[in-house]
Design a protein around this ligand. Structure first.
Ligand code: SF4
Length: 315
């Protein structure tokens, strides 16, 4: 896969040692290698590799890879992200077909599709998302689809096109609290991202919406709680919260390792604020156990609807 220019984002020097709860086994199982081979055979990029995800050994051993469409080079330079920044790749017209074939081979019941940011494209890459969703629906109609999209900033009609293609879950990550945007996510705007999630629900109230943040970047607890409130005001169903890990010494440093007990407390508070589904653990990532979580999310909504329609319910 072609790796072009990598833009140094910030020069940092320290890398804090990981606490025991973040140590994972090196990926080495035969199933992991089989998934890797399949991704190579179909010339697919994955965020699992590009973002140096710590869960890769566990996910790939089960064939769960998150495919990253629209090339391997991003037009943004977020301070937390390991994906190369620079001149983006040419769009691959075969990508939707290759993706559909790989999913069919893996026999996945749930597939997460993400992408790099493509500010250079008129539609931000929305049409490629649509093509991928459509090919998957044709090839493996039983597979549920989750998209994890860029913010489509200044790309009129892009969001609407992806929503109209009817993925089962629309995920867009806020990544961090608003105060840290200029240093962590300089090309994005917090309230734009929030509005995007709100618009998805406005366009298709039945679609599940999902968003996530990383903690350990210097945010305060009260700011995390504010993000939860903001997401609930946009009627977001599912929140993910995971520990930020510094991919290389050039990236934003880890300001703090949040303890497992603090994650449990975030989970409790998020449920209390009305999220249908919460994943808050040190190793939580947007797509970690996304299939199991989707099944749970759907069951939670059904239970909620049944409760509301029960005789005597005030809702
Ligand atoms: S958590 Fe997501 S990005 Fe990480 S390895 Fe699993 S599927 Fe890939």
């Amino acid at each position: 896969m072609a790796k072009s220019t990598v833009t140094p984002i910030k020069v940092r020097t320290s890398r804090a040692p990981k606490p025991p709860w973040l140590r994972v086994k090196a990926p080495n199982s035969p199933e992991y290698h089989a998934t890797r081979k399949l991704m190579r055979a179909h010339k697919l990029n994955t965020v699992c590799e590009e973002a140096a995800c710590p869960n890769i050994g566990e996910c790939w051993a089960q064939g769960h890879a998150t495919v990253m469409i629209l090339g391997s080079v991003c037009t943004r330079a977020c301070a937390f992200c390991n994906i190369a920044t620079g001149r983006p790749d040419q769009l691959d017209p075969h990508e939707p077909e290759e993706l559909a074939r790989a999913v069919a081979t893996l026999g996945l019941s749930h597939m997460v599709i993400t992408s790099v940011d493509r500010d250079d494209l008129a539609d931000g890459g929305a049409e490629q998302f649509v093509q991928c969703i459509e090919r998957l629906r044709e090839t493996t109609p039983e597979t549920t689809i989750e998209v994890l999209t860029p913010d489509f900033r200044n790309k009129e009609g892009a969001l609407e096109a992806v929503v109209a293609a009817k993925p089962d879950v629309f995920n867009h990550n806020l990544e961090t609290v608003p105060r840290l945007y200029t240093e962590v996510r300089p090309g994005a705007r917090y309230f734009h991202s929030l509005r995007l999630l709100d618009q998805v629900k406005a366009q298709d109230p039945a679609m599940f919406t999902k968003s996530g943040i990383m903690v350990g970047l210097g945010e305060e607890r009260r700011e995390v709680l504010q993000v939860m409130d903001d997401l609930r005001s946009a009627d977001v169903d599912f929140i993910t919260i995971g520990q930020y890990l510094q991919p290389t010494p050039r990236h934003h440093e880890v300001m703090r390792f949040v303890t497992p007990d603090e994650f449990k407390e975030y989970e409790r508070l998020a449920y209390a604020k009305g999220f249908l589904m919460v994943s808050a653990t040190p190793l939580t990532r947007s797509s970690y156990f996304a299939g199991d979580d989707f099944a749970q999310l759907r069951a939670n909504r059904q239970a909620q609807l049944a409760k509301r329609s029960a005789p005597g319910s005030e809702a």
